[in-house]
Design a protein around this ligand. Structure first.
Ligand code: TYM
Length: 326
């Protein structure tokens, strides 16, 4: 069976972008792949985060993943820092990737902008991500569009390592959905919806209640020309709403556009569709959160299973590079 791996940072409330761009695909992939899904707490340390908040969010992210449809009987859900091979392989890959390659990554520039002390970990972040993927011999990596560049780097590093030290890693492919891969902020449709940007009205959380969803969609920024047309360049706000409705109803945004003449009608139907989409997620999250012991147990089982696979890959890579076995 082919392998799938993906990850999510426990750095804030998960939102519609995470759900439509990634988690919903994860839930589908778990049934036809050997699937590993990782809560990447080490990545969350690359930006300032309160230790208590990180701990609480890591467990809550697990509840969110299960609420979004992951079944721990079918796939492996685990926390990155529980599997020590992630930072260990990162070092080997940092000695494979180059400064020039990391310098070309756009994410650390975006996230580091305006900070006077950018953490070294933010710069090497993509190498840790490559380790996450390569440790599991993942064939496919379901992610949103913003991770495309990191996946490219992962592939290049894997190929270079294999060429230099002999066949060691599976070279993975990104699996990016055709609709919903880049959900934009409802207030600032020129930038993506993001956990790490403070935009309370522009971000629809996966756990928002129906009233919050309705308020945010009602206030979503559009434009003044009044024509319903899918045109992300000229009409980013409206096109984002069309794309969201398309993703929620499994259609194409161009087709959805033909159903509407007025922005208000589109917003009304979008609200209804999002409320229905998120209703079961909210209900399951409430149930799961009432039993933290069960969540810890899921993560412990996940870490044990992940560790089995990761330890074998790490040993293979270390031996290939010439490290003397302990
Ligand atoms: P993160 O935590 O930012 O996001 C988790 C997933 O959600 C997708 N996503 C979006 N999709 C559509 N529209 C958006 N506005 C949007 N925002 C986020 C992301 O593409 C991602 O798939 N570096 C990764 C985490 C990571 C990882 C990995 C992913 C670490 N190791 C290994 C895959 C494989 C990140 O920060 O995702």
């Amino acid at each position: 069976m082919t392998r799938v791996l993906s990850g999510v940072q426990p750095s804030g409330d998960l939102h519609l972008g995470n759900y439509l761009g990634a988690l919903r695909q994860w839930a589908v992939h778990q049934h036809d792949h050997d699937a590993f899904y990782c809560i990447v707490d080490l990545h969350a340390l690359t930006l300032e985060i309160d230790p208590k908040v990180l701990r609480a969010r890591t467990l809550d992210t697990a509840a969110n993943l299960l609420a979004a449809g992951l079944d721990p009987e079918v796939c492996t859900v685990f926390v990155q820092s529980h599997v020590p091979e992630h930072p260990r392989l990162t070092w080997l890959l940092e000695c494979t990737a180059t400064m020039g390659e990391l310098n070309r990554m756009t994410q650390f520039k975006d996230k580091g902008r305006g900070q006077d002390a950018v953490r070294a970990g933010l710069f090497t972040y993509p190498v840790l991500m490559a380790a996450d993927i390569l440790l599991y011999d993942a064939d496919r990596v379901p992610v949103g569009d913003d991770q495309r560049q990191h996946l490219e780097l992962t592939r290049e590093v894997a190929v270079r390592f294999n060429n230099r030290y002999g066949p060691t890693f599976t070279v993975p492919e990104a699996a990016i959905p055709t609709v919903g891969a880049r959900v934009m902020d409802l207030q600032h449709p020129e930038r993506k919806m993001s956990k790490s940007v403070d935009s309370p009205l522009g971000t629809v959380a996966m756990l928002d209640d129906p009233a919050e969803v309705a308020r945010k969609v009602r206030k979503a920024v559009t434009d003044t020309d009044g024509e319903v047309r899918y045109d992300p360049e000229a009409k980013p706000g409206l096109s984002n709403l069309l794309e969201l409705l398309a993703a929620a109803t499994d259609r194409r945004p161009e087709d959805v556009a033909t159903d509407y003449e007025r922005y208000g009608d589109l917003k009304r139907d979008l609200t209804d569709a999002l409320v229905e989409l998120l209703r079961p997620v909210r209900a399951r999250h409430a149930e799961l959160s009432s039993d933290p012991g069960a969540l810890h147990a899921v993560l412990a089982r996940g870490a044990a299973r992940a560790h089995e696979v990761a330890a074998a890959t790490y040993a293979r890579a270390a031996a290939a590079m010439g490290l003397l076995p302990a």
